[in-house]
Design a protein around this ligand. Structure first.
Ligand SMILES: [Zn+2]
Ligand SMILES: [Zn+2]
Length: 342
């Protein structure tokens, strides 16, 4: 008898929530990496699929193996592939030293100087991604020091009292030194990392984020204690969170391998209701996500003048204005590329 071929490597989950591609692998205790090419950012790096090499910043939620194992490989592989510049990993200040020691060991092991930067990010502080875009760290509660992250865009907006005032008059006022604009914050994408439920997940950044990527490790009623001990989210915790979060898409990862996808979907529908659950996706539910993606492609092609999917997503709400400085390398990686890569 000829033995069976080995199983295929884990495919990347893929959800398109315009203008963001959310792509990665997330299975509790095994691997977690979530890449958003449009932000040029990677949340966690428990493994390093090829497309992730294109982005130069990892926001590390915490240092459990399923979230950090791919980090030295990512730094080293970026050097091997001659990616420009020094990549960086944003880390909870309490874990900076052990992560630096790990990298120092890898440099000794490989006998090469791998360019890398381990950047401490204090809770409630920000790291600038682009001139008008920042990633903010939020302290959460897990069995190690842990951070959630929210990417925030800052836009300047005309103050209410100047609405309807002519352009000439506005120019004049500005010339006189009058503050005619105010800065508003738009939370784009929020990522919980591993955490138990807590007030931090009800902060405005999470409530108002356009997309929330959340862990939900346990789905069975009898696993509520396990969720508590491991400081993870249980599906019952999603009930108040789904009410609070106004995101157009909520993406669930870090589901344990034991949980079957149809069962998880059933529980989500029971909790969120038929309407809201349309906007709640399981990152690793490849079948449903493919159907959703094919529908998005069909809807796009139905629009007059569009004959094929573009390499980069369509503009939405003017956001792409601020993507003009996004490196082409990451925008070029499309769903089709992913299929080929894996
Ligand atoms: Zn984990
Ligand atoms: Zn963990």
């Amino acid at each position: 008898m000829v033995p069976r071929m080995p199983p295929q490597e884990a495919r990347l989950g893929y959800i398109y929530s315009a203008p963001f591609r959310i792509q990665g692998v997330s299975v509790a205790g095994e691997q977690a990496v979530v890449h958003v090419p449009e932000l040029d950012l990677v949340f966690d790096i428990g493994l390093c699929p090829r497309p992730v090499l294109a982005s130069p910043t990892v926001a590390l939620s915490h240092t459990h193996m399923d979230h950090v194992a791919g980090l030295p490989y990512w730094f080293s592989q970026r050097a091997f592939q001659k990616m420009p510049g020094t990549a960086r990993c944003l880390v909870h200040p309490k874990m900076v030293e052990p992560v630096r020691r790990m990298m120092a060991s890898w440099i000794d092991l490989e006998r090469q100087h791998t360019p890398h930067e381990i950047v401490p990010i204090e809770p409630d502080s920000e790291y600038q991604l682009r001139p008008n875009m920042f990633v903010r760290a939020i302290e959460v509660s897990h069995t190690t020091p842990a951070l959630a992250f929210v990417v925030i865009e800052r836009r300047s907006k005309l103050r209410d009292e100047f609405r309807g005032v002519s352009q000439d008059r506005l120019r004049e006022l500005r010339g006189q030194g009058v503050e005619i604009t105010k800065t508003i914050e738009i939370p784009l994408v929020a990522y919980t990392g591993d955490t138990e439920i807590g007030d931090f997940l009800f902060r405005d950044e999470f409530r108002n984020a356009q997309v929330v990527i959340t862990e939900c490790t346990f789905f069975e009623e009898e696993h509520r204690d396990r969720a508590k001990v491991g400081k993870h989210i249980h599906v019952e915790d999603l009930r108040p969170l789904l009410e609070a979060w106004t995101a157009r898409d909520i993406i669930i990862g870090h589901v344990s391998r034991r949980t079957l996808i149809p069962f998880a979907r059933e529980r989500i529908e029971a909790i969120a209701g038929p309407e809201r659950s349309q906007h709640v996706h399981l990152l690793m539910d490849h079948r449903s996500n493919r159907v959703r993606y094919e529908n998005q492609v069909a809807a796009f092609e139905n629009v007059a003048g569009n004959s094929k999917v573009q390499n980069s997503p369509t503009n939405a709400g003017g956001f792409f204005d601020s993507l003009s400085d996004c490196p082409a390398s990451s925008l070029e990686i499309t769903a089709e590329h992913l299929e080929k890569d894996l």
